[in-house]
Ligand binder design. Structure first.
Ligand code: EPU
Length: 451
């Protein structure tokens, strides 16, 4: 008996309202950015998720005082006394998140040295950090890899540089931004990622005093400045969580309003959702009786009541279809008539979870070939990165083990869509990125219980 197991009594449509807060993939980076300031920063609408706990722990170890603000979800970071932490203390966080790698630039600027533990995060491919290390070395950092982690120093300071990413990596773009803002001189980053979370991080850095220009063709130019202050910021809402609930509505034949969801960041998802037959309505004001603080409006997503249509889609960097939208939506695609094709071009091993869906009655086959219109980096490299989904399939209950965050949520949706009682093992992994997901599920009428 373990309390990390959820019994899901499926077969009931999810109906009701949930609210998304600040985007997980922005909030954690915003917290790291606070180290760069010489005065306190304030972040609103921070979700209560495991990644926030991990970054809070790392900030506190480095002398940043983290306290709660006046409103729910408001955090204040005081970096007045940034200090070194011991390797042992830092290593408590080894394997728990990928965010620690982003402390390199800020700690080098503040302390002249940094230690980064082994990274964690979801097991969705090798997830190398070679771009990060190459960029840091070009700024002038000396990087020593050791069995316990990575030691960095900057004996001659950090200097602006020209760097072209081999692929528009989100993390490596953030690494360059967080390092370049206080480096001496100008940095030019080519082939940068331009995800909405990166644009929001740029807004934060600009509030702190940075000078950053986003040019056309994925070029970002950063003029180093001598000092940065604190920021006060309300993050963009979590477009990935919003899409996860949208997929849940479609897969369970339900009707979910996601308060806080923002159309502008979800355009590509909404197009695909509509192509499958999903209905949505964007509202710009709060529904009656909704008085909680946060962004106004949201998006209502619902099943059309008629058969869904198969689609072909390809994941890509922004403004393409986000890889993190893929797994939840595939569950809905098992319910669509015809053959759907999904070509995953961001991660080489992000389709393993489809085996679990097959044990529930889905018909999904994965291929090494690039089945989308564009050949990607993973074609001919022996990775099963394309999926063909034949539907509609009647899903039945099964015992499922959660492999990673987004696939985990897709397992949950599948269990909710299936007839019978499924046992979902390892659900605590979902807390890494979905705040209060069990309460939200109950609010939507799901019949779930810890066993
Ligand atoms: N890559 C390299 N070398 C590097 C860095 C990346 O080869 O040094 C490759 C990766 O292996 C991958 C591709 O580049 O194939 C894209 O990786 P990226 O660096 O963009 O991903 P990330 O920064 O590690 C963030 C999100 C992910 C999201 C990706 C892509 C955070 C904390 N994580 O990861 O989110 O899938 O961008 O949009 O921001 C999630 O939220 O569940 C999640 C996995």
């Amino acid at each position: 008996m373990t309390d990390d197991v959820l019994a899901v009594h499926g077969g009931t449509p999810l109906n009701g309202r949930v609210r998304v807060r600040g985007a997980k993939n922005l909030v954690s980076k915003a917290m790291v950015a606070s180290v760069l300031g010489d005065s306190p920063s304030k972040l609103y609408d921070v979700p209560n998720i495991r990644d926030v706990e991990v970054v809070t722990g790392l900030l506190e170890l480095h002398g940043v005082r983290v306290s709660k603000g006046e409103t729910e979800g408001e955090l204040i970071f005081d970096p007045s006394n940034v200090e070194s932490a011991s390797t042992d203390e830092i290593n408590v966080h080894a394997g728990s998140s990928r965010i620690p790698i982003l402390f390199c630039g800020p700690l080098l600027h503040r302390l002249g040295h940094a230690f980064i533990p082994d990274l964690g995060g979801c097991h969705i491919g090798p997830r190398p950090i070679d771009f990060h290390i190459q960029a840091l070395r070009q700024f002038g950092a000396v990087v020593d890899k050791a069995p316990e982690g990575m030691h960095l120093t900057a004996p001659n300071g950090l200097h602006g540089t020209k760097f072209e990413l081999p692929y528009p990596s989100v993390g490596a773009t953030e690494q360059v931004l967080l390092t370049a803002v206080l480096a001496e001189g100008v940095t030019e980053l080519r082939n940068a990622a331009v995800e909405p979370e990166i644009m929001d991080l740029i807004c934060i850095l600009q509030k702190m005093g940075a000078i950053i220009t986003v040019h056309t063709d994925r070029v970002i130019e950063i003029q180093g400045v001598k000092r940065l202050g604190g920021y006060s910021h309300r993050p963009i809402p979590d477009r990935i969580e919003a899409a996860s609930w949208a997929a849940a509505a479609l897969a369970t034949r339900g009707d979910i309003t996601v308060l806080g969801a923002q159309q502008a960041d979800m355009g590509t998802f909404l197009n695909v959702f509509r192509s499958i037959g999903g209905q949505f309505e964007v509202t710009d004001t709060l529904p009656p009786n909704e008085t909680r603080p946060g962004r106004e409006g949201g998006i209502r997503f619902w099943h059309p009541g008629i058969e869904l249509t198969a689609v072909a889609l390809e994941t890509d960097v922004h403004p393409g279809f986000a890889t993190d939208w893929q797994q939840p939506l595939v569950v809905a695609l098992t319910q669509a008539r015809g053959i759907s094709i999904v070509h995953e071009t961001v991660y080489e091993q992000r389709l393993g979870y489809t085996e679990s869906l097959n044990t529930m009655g889905a018909t999904i086959q994965t291929y090494r070939d690039c089945l989308g219109g564009t050949p990607c980096r993973f074609g001919r490299r022996n990775f099963h990165h394309s999926a063909v989904i034949a539907g509609p399939s009647k899903l039945h209950a099964a015992d499922l083990v959660i492999p990673d965050l987004r696939a985990g949520f897709s397992h949950l949706i599948a269990a909710l869509a299936a007839e019978g009682t499924s046992r979902v093992y390892g659900v605590d992994l979902i807390k890494r990125g979905y705040e209060n997901f069990e309460t939200k599920l109950s609010d939507l009428g799901a019949n779930v219980e810890r066993v």
